[in-house]
Each structure stands twice: as C-alpha cells, then as structure tokens.
Design a protein around this ligand. Structure first.
Ligand SMILES: [Zn+2]
Length: 282
C-alpha cells in the first residue's frame, strides 16, 4: 500500500477536469480495488460520513487490504482530500443497497466519504461519539433524520468540507454526465444513516442539478435573512409539523431551496421548512 496518498483538492480537481483522473493516481491507491466499471459507468454519486476520528485515519483504514470496505475519496474537516481508489475502479462503499429498482450501487457509483462522527450522545454540556471522542455543544446539532421520526444529535460538518464536497461533486457529475446524487441513507435505509441531517444533501443536489431548472425557478429568491426573533424550522410545511432543530435566530442568513403554500424550505446548519412571512428576501 502507498505510504502517502494525501492529495489536495486542487490537484484532484485538475485531474478530474483534465480527464487525467485515472492515469497517474496509482501511488494513492489501495491495491485491493482492481475491478473496473463497465462502459457507461459510474453514473451516480453516493455521499457518506465516515463515523470516524479523522479523515486521514478513515482513509488509511479504508485502504487496508484486510478491510472489506473502501471508497473513492475521503474529505477531512479542513477540506483536504484523500483518494483511496481511482475513479475508473469500483470501490466498496455502498454494500447492500437498492434505489428505484436498481441494486448494488458499488457497480454504478463513485463513493465520497466526508469525515464526520455521525450520531452524538449528550453527556453533560458535551457530546460523545460512538468511539468515545468528546465534542463541544457548538459541534452538535439536534435534528430529525429523513428516515426517522424523532430528533437526535449529529456532529456538524465544516463549511470547508461541504464546499470541497460540492466542488468535486459538480466536477464528477459534469465529467460523467451523472444523473443522481444520493445519500447512503437513501440507498440502504434502515441499515445506514449517513450522511445524516447535518449534511446539506438536498442543497447539494439543488445546487448541482438546478441549472436545468433555473428558468422556471427564477422567481425564487436564493437567500433570505430571518426576521423573527426565533423562527421554528419544521420537517414539513405545516405549523404543527415536528421541529427539526432549535429555532433559527434573528439575522441568520439562510439559503432558500423551495417554496410551498407560504413556506420556504431552507438550508442553514440543517434543512427544513420555515414560514415565509419571517424570511426577509430583500
Ligand atoms: Zn456510508
């Protein structure tokens, strides 16, 4: 196995955009993944969280021969990218999976792991991951997972890693003509919870695929500022729907994703519905 398979995002992006992505990345590769994609694939992108301690430790783990899992990329909290498997080879990130009648997404998809601890448990004023690392209150967000009914605490993602993930995702979608970006939680519901509600998955999809819909959605403002002192954010566009997180404070800027019946679906640290009357878009 290569000793140093760290690459920076820019290096990777140049390779992807220049079409050289599968030629000279061999020093970064775990030798266990030698199965190439069939023609026409990959055509999908799957987003994961590592549920690990650091991006580097997760990348090194996924590259081990004896570990029966892998992924193409790992993005750490600073936005640094580790390539574990080249894009023209299959990696073992999806496992048992199915969506829209299609099964075994490892055959069709690129897997991106975003370094994140996943579910956190409250412990006094702090939060603890499954592997025992402690996190401060501002590193946790209480939110309802799309496959669940009640709120739990989740480790927040950094702006840097979200930005790098979006940049790479957009390049991969454009390069391969991909039609879908899915969360592991959507292709393996019940078995997997990643990337979870702290990751702006719907916003990522909207940002990358919305270019086609830009004209019909041109009336929807892109950003808004919360004007109520504390604005409830809910799972559905209804006043009785479950709150997905703590209220959004006045003055917070949010991205507006969708409008329905007097409500906006917005993205801040989580995604959810807020009453449009309290979002200033001017
Ligand atoms: Zn996963």
């Amino acid at each position: 196995m290569a000793q140093n398979f760290t690459i920076n995002a820019q290096h990777l992006l140049e390779k992807v955009s220049g079409g050289q992505y599968d030629v000279d990345t061999t020093s970064y590769i775990a030798s266990k993944n030698e199965d190439s994609f069939k023609a026409g694939f990959p055509d999908s992108l799957i987003i994961h969280y590592t549920a690990g301690r650091s991006g580097e430790s997760s990348a090194r783990h996924l590259a081990k021969d004896e570990v029966k899992a892998s992924a193409h990329l790992v993005i750490d909290q600073s936005g640094k990218v580790y390539q574990v498997v080249p894009f023209n080879k299959k990696s073992w990130h999806a496992g048992r999976s199915s969506y829209n009648g299609r099964k075994y997404y490892n055959h069709f998809s690129i897997g991106i792991e975003v370094d994140n601890a996943g579910v956190l448990t409250q412990s006094g004023a702090e939060f603890v991951s499954w592997f025992g690392k402690r996190y401060k209150a501002d590193e946790a967000v209480r939110a309802v997972h799309r496959n669940e009914n009640t709120a739990r605490y989740w480790h927040i993602y950094t702006e840097e890693q979200i930005a790098v993930c979006e940049e790479i995702s957009a390049l991969l979608v454009a390069h391969y003509g991909m039609k879908e970006i899915l969360g592991h939680e959507e292709i393996s519901p019940g078995r997997k919870s990643d990337p979870g509600p702290a990751f702006p998955l719907d916003k990522l999809r909207d940002d990358i695929f919305s270019r086609d819909r830009a004209i019909e959605e041109s009336d929807l403002p892109e950003k808004g500022v919360i004007s109520a002192s504390k604005l409830n954010i809910r799972a559905m566009p209804q006043s009785g729907a479950e709150k997905v997180a703590k209220p959004i404070p006045k003055g917070r800027e949010v991205s507006i994703l969708e409008e329905r019946d007097g409500w906006y679906r917005v993205s801040t640290r989580v995604e959810g519905w807020v009453s449009k009357d309290f979002v200033n878009t001017k």
